[in-house]
Structure formats: structure tokens, C-alpha cells
Design a protein around this ligand. Structure first.
Ligand SMILES: [Zn+2]
Length: 324
């Protein structure tokens, strides 16, 4: 669909009519990462302004429910009310405390934050965030690394090229098994030679406790954010169980939800799904795009990406997908 057509549809009220016509049965799970003060092209994000608009729109046009409750309804075979939506955040960045928590309180909206617990109260982050920071800040204009058995040179004379190389290198690293990935990351870090440290943090334990007490739900997202199919099964099990225990100790409540790091079709499998189930989780989220109906696999829930910069595009994305 053309952008002008979407905009016209949104502002003329056609979207409202389409929305009213949507039946019950399936729900969206919106997926956010960072919510930042300004555009941060090296991070998966929406800005606080865009996020505020989206929440106001959801409050007005949709029925926002807690993800735990929606999954329980599906489990009991209950009909999901029309226009049901759950809101989720991956990784649990500190910007949620500043830019999300007040907005959720303002509109009284439930949400679930999936935290990688090994980074709580530390200055460390998932490696993909660290890689983004290195590419954002580096003064280098090139990189030479050995990857997958061949020597490769990347050059990035300007920011646009740097962003492109960052994305390519990130995806190449994601495909590697852990020891090789860790080694290569260290070599890239040396070459990009960024002297300052990354100011971005994961939520502090005290923030998590405060948000949980105010009604925000928390789910686990492993301890160190590895892609679970790229590490040995024994370690995957520790990552799945350990994050649940740590989070439950902080919030003093049962943690029901899990979320697969990276969450694509190659990033979990039946063995991993059964580990999640046996660890005591009621459900798990992927990053695969789609809605969830009565027959949805509770351990492979689909989600809706939310990076749309304008409200009409966001509204169109919600309307186009599945049958709400
Ligand atoms: Zn993540």
C-alpha cells in the first residue's frame, strides 16, 4: 500500500470502519526494544514521542490486555475478545524506566518486559547492543576479519555505510556458534577501537521491583542473551532456568513468560521449547511476525514489529495482519 493512501485512510476514518468490522479470535503481541529520547539508528527503537502516540491510539481503539491473561484465556479455550493486543519489551533496557513506565501508568496499560537477567545491576549488555555502540562511535573507516574461513574487508566511509556494515556483520556473527562468535567480537572490538564505554544499561533490580509493584509484568529472556541453538544444550537449560530464578527472587512472584533471544525460526527448536516448558514457563514468544489465534502454539507465540515512524503506518500494520 502507498504511504499517501494509508495516511488518507487513517485520517478519513476508513480505518475506524475497518477496525469495527474485525471479529474476535486472534490477538497481536506488540514487540518493542528501546524507547529512546531521540532517533538512534544503531539501536532497535521507537522514539518516546512515537511511543506515546502509539499508546494513546491503542488505548482508544484496541483492548490492551496482559499477555499472561491472554495466554491463559487461550489455554482455557475462551474466545479472545475482538481487537485484543498485548504489549511487550525485549531485553529490559533502562530507557523503559524513563520513557515507557510513565506512559503506561498514564494510560493504565498492562505490559510485559522480558529481561536478560545477567545484565541487571551491571554495565554489560547483550553483544548486539555493544556491537551497535562500537559501529556508532568508531573513528575507523574499515574492518578486516576472518569469518567463516575467509578473510573479508569491509569499508565504511560514512555513517550510512557504517550502518549497513554493522547490520551485515551482526547477522554474520549471529550465525556462529558461541566460542567463535565471542573471539570474533573481541577482534572487531579491537579494530573499531572506541575508547569510551557504552552509557546504555539494562534496568536495575530496584527499577524492576518498582515497576513490578506498579503492575508491570516481567518475563525471562535468558541470563546472557545467547541464541539458544548456538550453545550446548546443557548451557541452554541453565540460561532458561537461571533467568526465571533470578527474576522471581527480585519481583517475589512467579514468572510465567519466556522469550527466545533473537527469536527467529532457527533460534529455537522442539528441544528448546520443551526445556522452556519443563522449566515451568506457561508460554514463550518468538520474533516471528503474525497474530495468535485459538490454535496458537503457546511456546512459539508470534509478534508484531513496531518500528513504524508514523501513527498511520502503525495503525495500518495492526490492521493488515491476521484477523483481529
Ligand atoms: Zn533480546
Amino acid at each position: 500500500m502507498k504511504k499517501w493512501f494509508i495516511k488518507a485512510g487513517f485520517y478519513s476514518g476508513v480505518f475506524k470502519i475497518l477496525l469495527r468490522g474485525r471479529g474476535s479470535g486472534a490477538f497481536h503481541i506488540l514487540m518493542y526494544h528501546h524507547v529512546t529520547e531521540r532517533d538512534e539508528i544503531f539501536l532497535p527503537h521507537v522514539t518516546a514521542r512515537v511511543f506515546g502516540e502509539q499508546m494513546e491510539y491503542l488505548k482508544r481503539e484496541y483492548r490492551v490486555q496482559g499477555l499472561d491473561e491472554l495466554v491463559e484465556m487461550v489455554g482455557r479455550g475462551e474466545e479472545i475478545p475482538a481487537r485484543s493486543v498485548a504489549i511487550t519489551f525485549d531485553d529490559g533496557y533502562e530507557d523503559l524506566y524513563r520513557n515507557v513506565f510513565p506512559v503506561l501508568k498514564k494510560y493504565d496499560l498492562p505490559a510485559t518486559v522480558f529481561v536478560s537477567t545477567g545484565f541487571i545491576d551491571s554495565d554489560r549488555l547483550p553483544w548486539t547492543d555493544e556491537l551497535g555502540f562500537l559501529f556508532k562511535e568508531t573513528a575507523s573507516t574499515g574492518l578486516e576479519i576472518e569469518i567463516g574461513g575467509s578473510r573479508e574487508r569491509f569499508s565504511f566511509p560514512d555513517e550510512a555505510a557504517r550502518l549497513g556494515v554493522f547490520r551485515e556483520v551482526k547477522n554474520r556473527l549471529k550465525a556462529l556458534y558461541e566460542p567463535e562468535r565471542v573471539d570474533l567480537f573481541e577482534r572487531i572490538k579491537e579494530q573499531l577501537a572506541v575508547p569510551q564505554s557504552n552509557p546504555v544499561r539494562i534496568l536495575a533490580g530496584s527499577h524492576i521491583k518498582e515497576m513490578a509493584e506498579a503492575g508491570i509484568s516481567f518475563g525471562a529472556h535468558t541470563v546472557h542473551h545467547p541464541i539458544l541453538t548456538r550453545i550446548p544444550p546443557g548451557r541452554a537449560q541453565e540460561e532458561i532456568r537461571g533467568s526465571k530464578q533470578t527474576l522471581e527472587a527480585i519481583i517475589g512472584e512467579e514468572v510465567k513468560g519466556f522469550c527466545y533471544p533473537n527469536g527467529g525460526k532457527d533460534d529455537f527448536n522442539d528441544v528448546i521449547k520443551s526445556m522452556v516448558q519443563h522449566a515451568g514457563y506457561q508460554y514463550s514468544c518468538t520474533t516471528m511476525e503474525g497474530t495468535n489465534g485459538p490454535a496458537a502454539d503457546r511456546y512459539a507465540l508470534k509478534r508484531t514489529w513496531t518500528s513504524e515512524p508514523s501513527l498511520p503506518l502503525f495503525a495500518a500494520r495492526l490492521l493488515r495482519m491476521g484477523s483481529l
